[in-house]
Design a protein around this ligand. Structure first.
Ligand SMILES: NC(=O)c1ccc[n+]([C@@H]2O[C@H](COP(=O)([O-])OP(=O)(O)OC[C@H]3O[C@@H](n4cnc5c(N)ncnc54)[C@H](OP(=O)(O)O)[C@@H]3O)[C@@H](O)[C@H]2O)c1
Length: 264
C-alpha cells in the first residue's frame, strides 16, 4: 500500500526531479508532468525499479490553455487519483524590466502564476472535500523580499507565497496542508539559464549553490509537517529574516543598491 499519489510539475529536471525521488523514497505513487516526455520516462523507469512505486508520465506544456484538461483526461484514462499536488515547474528571467521582452516576461506569469493557480483550482476542492492531501508550492526567497533586477520573477513568487499563506489558513479545518518552499540559489539548469542573462549570476561560485536533493527533502518534510513557509539554506534564512525586519522603504532601497553593485 502506498502513502498517496503525488503529482509533480517540472519533474523532468532540477528540484522537480529531486522531489520525485524524495516522494518515491517515501512510497508515494507519482504523476510526473513537464514537456520533456522522454526524460521523465527515463526517470519513471528508474523510480519504479528502485522504489516499487507506480509512475504515470504526462507530457504537457503547462502554459497551454487546455493544460489542466489534458492532465485530467490523462489521469482519468489511467484511473489515477491525486492526493498531493506539487507546483514546482517554473522559469526565471533576470535583468532590468525595461530591457526584457514583454513576451519573455509574460512567460513567467503564465507558468509561475497562471498554471499554478489553475492546477490549484483543479485539485484543491477535492482535497478539501476528502479532508486529505496537500499542496507544495515551490516559491523562492525572491518571493519574500523586494527583487529589483528580477522584478517579474520576484513578483510571481510573491504571488505564490501570498496565495500559499492564505490557503494554508483556509484549509486548516479541512486537514489539508498548503506549503511554500522558498529556496535561495539551487544548483539546477535554471541557474545556468539565468547566468546567460545576468553577469552577477555568472559570478556566483558553484559551491555556494544549494543542493537540489537537500532542498527537495526539506520541501517534502515541510509539506508533511504543514510548515507553511520553509526557507531553504541557513544563510538565506538569515538574509530573509534580516530584510523582512527592515521597514519596507529601507529594504527596497537596500536591495536596489545591492542590485546596482552586483548588476543583476
Ligand atoms: N534553481 C534555483 O536557484 C531556484 C531557486 C528558487 C526557486 N526555484 C524554483 O524551483 C522551481 C524548479 O526550478 P529548477 O531550478 O529545478 O529549474 P529547472 O531545472 O530549469 O526545472 C524547471 C522545470 O520546469 C519545467 N517547465 C518549464 N517550462 C514548462 C512548461 N511550459 N510546461 C511544463 N513544464 C515546464 C521544466 O521541464 P520541461 O522543460 O521538460 O518542460 C523543468 O522540469 C521553479 O519554480 C523555480 O522558480 C529555483
Amino acid at each position: 500500500m502506498t502513502t498517496g499519489t503525488a503529482l509533480i510539475t517540472g519533474a523532468s529536471s532540477g528540484i522537480g526531479a529531486s522531489l520525485a525521488k524524495q516522494f518515491a523514497a517515501k512510497t508515494h505513487d507519482l504523476v510526473l508532468v513537464a514537456r520533456s516526455g522522454d526524460v521523465m520516462e527515463d526517470l519513471a523507469r528508474d523510480l519504479r525499479a528502485e522504489f516499487k512505486v507506480d509512475v504515470l508520465v504526462i507530457p504537457c506544456d503547462l502554459t497551454a490553455p487546455d493544460a489542466v484538461d489534458q492532465i485530467k483526461a490523462a489521469l482519468s484514462a489511467a484511473n489515477v487519483t491525486v492526493d498531493y499536488l506539487v507546483n514546482n515547474a517554473g522559469v526565471a528571467n533576470f535583468g532590468q524590466f525595461v530591457e526584457r521582452s514583454t513576451d519573455d516576461l509574460h512567460m513567467l506569469v503564465k507558468l509561475n502564476v497562471d498554471a499554478l493557480f489553475r492546477l490549484t483550482s483543479a485539485f484543491l476542492p477535492d482535497f478539501a472535500a476528502n479532508k486529505r492531501g496537500g499542496i507544495l508550492n515551490v516559491a523562492s526567497v525572491a518571493g519574500l523580499v523586494p527583487t529589483p533586477g528580477y522584478a517579474v520573477y520576484g513578483a510571481t513568487k510573491a504571488f505564490v507565497v501570498s496565495l500559499t499563506e492564505s490557503l494554508a489558513e483556509e484549509m486548516r479545518p479541512h486537514n489539508v496542508n498548503v506549503v511554500a518552499l522558498c529556496p535561495g540559489l539551487v544548483d539546477t539548469p535554471l541557474v545556468d539559464k539565468v547566468a546567460v542573462q545576468s553577469e552577477a549570476a555568472q559570478d556566483v561560485p558553484r559551491q555556494l549553490l544549494l543542493d537540489a536533493d537537500k532542498v527537495a527533502k526539506q520541501g517534502y518534510q515541510a509539506l508533511m509537517k504543514g510548515e507553511v513557509i520553509s526557507v531553504a539554506g541557513v544563510s538565506y534564512q538569515a538574509f530573509t529574516s534580516w530584510v523582512r525586519a527592515m521597514p519596507r522603504s529601507v529594504s527596497r532601497r537596500a536591495t536596489g543598491l545591492m542590485n546596482q553593485i552586483v548588476k543583476f
